[in-house]
Design a protein around this ligand. Structure first.
Ligand code: ADP
Ligand code: MG
Ligand code: MG
Length: 343
């Protein structure tokens, strides 16, 4: 009998388009000798729609259905995704997908799922919480100021001006894909950057800006963790915002990244330490800054990284000899193992 895989895609976060592309990549790459795939689209409002089922590789050009192509009459109860012995792959990013909420729901349903546990999802989704955890295991990070009480904006601005130097990056704690993030070049820009971030979250992170290369390591595993050689995000824009990341395609990747062996070794070690510290499960992409003098800073861990066939995470594994299709199978095995250890 074939393994049933349930793909959840779309979702409530600003990153829903990436999610759809990742899910489409999976339906084309998966081995239908072993799998049957059922897909559910989650609308921006959070409603579930049962979309397609696949028992063989779809025809070239097949698209997964999205809100625009499916009406409200198709809404189903979220719990209706349940199927005995099925594994769920929530290819969802950002809030209500990558933050522990869907993971908690799947645990209530007692279904195995690919990727981060409740804890690893929620800790890595909150950039301030993640900073505290990384600090506790001595993984280097850029200096920062956390604003968690909006009545303290004035004091925190003073603290930024005292502790950090410009430019600084202002980020909502709980977003992804650069949504709500802005760069304040001078102290005069800081209040409006904070106002922008506050639209998305009332926990705000203000970070020292660094002039650095952006180097990423892929991690795979539950308690047994393995990492890849790093890849580099080569930018021709000052800062890798949502538009440049996904719309303009102004990003190219260098895999493997050209950096000294000892820096690679250090980076992989930091990535594994950080992954364990946030209770990493399944997969994660650990994103570093590397300064011209080879100083490393962990920027963030993305617990459900972009997962299209052309995304950094799968390509880093391909460079290690693990194909995209085999990677999906490994993730399913890890999902079942994590489930068995919870049950
Ligand atoms: P997201 O979770 O939205 O990807 P990041 O924290 O990775 O948020 O920030 C998005 C991008 O902004 C980074 O990839 C980088 O290009 C830029 N950036 C963020 N923080 C800094 C910083 N402290 N110094 C320099 N660039 C930064
Ligand atoms: Mg992120
Ligand atoms: Mg990032």
């Amino acid at each position: 009998t074939k393994q049933v895989l349930i793909l959840l895609y779309g979702g409530r976060s600003a990153e829903r388009e990436v999610s759809v592309l990742s899910a489409e990549s999976v339906i084309f790459a998966i081995n239908y000798a072993k799998f049957v795939v059922h897909t559910f689209f989650i609308t921006q409002a959070g409603d579930f729609i049962k979309t397609q089922s696949f028992t063989e590789t779809p025809q070239v050009g097949t698209k997964l259905m999205t809100n625009a192509t499916s009406g409200a009459s198709d809404f189903v109860s979220p719990a209706s995704i349940y199927e005995k012995d099925a594994v769920v792959f929530p290819i969802l990013h950002g809030p209500m997908g990558e933050d522990g909420s869907i993971q908690g729901f799947l645990e209530i349903l007692r279904m195995p799922y690919v990727g981060p546990s409740i804890t690893s999802a929620s800790v890595t989704m909150d950039k301030i919480m993640a900073k505290h955890v990384f600090e506790s295991v001595h993984v280097p990070q850029v200096p920062y100021v956390a604003l968690t009480d909006l009545s303290e904006i004035e004091q925190k601005i003073a603290e930024v001006n005292d502790k950090l130097s410009y430019p600084v990056f202002v980020k909502p704690a709980n977003m992804g894909s650069s949504v709500g993030i802005s760069k304040a070049e001078t102290a005069a820009d800081l209040p409006s950057a904070i106002d922008e971030a506050i639209k998305f979250d009332n926990r705000i992170l203000i970070e020292q800006g660094v002039n650095a290369r952006e180097i990423e390591v892929a991690i795979l595993g539950n308690s047994d963790v393995s990492s890849t050689l790093p890849g580099e995000v080569v930018k021709d824009v000052a800062f890798y915002d949502y538009q440049s990341k996904y719309i303009d395609n102004q990003i190219t990747m260098a895999i493997p990244a050209e950096i000294p062996d000892e820096t690679i070794a250090k980076m992989r070690e930091f990535a594994e330490i950080a992954y364990r510290a946030v209770a990493g499960t399944g997969l994660s992409r650990c994103d570093f800054f590397m300064t011209p003098d080879n100083q490393l800073y962990l920027n963030e861990i993305n617990a459900i990284p972009g997962f299209t066939q052309f995304s950094m995470y799968p390509l880093l594994w391909e460079n290690m000899g693990l194909t995209y299709g085999d990677l999906i199978e490994k993730l399913v095995v890890l999902a079942v193992a994590a489930f068995d250890s919870r049950e």
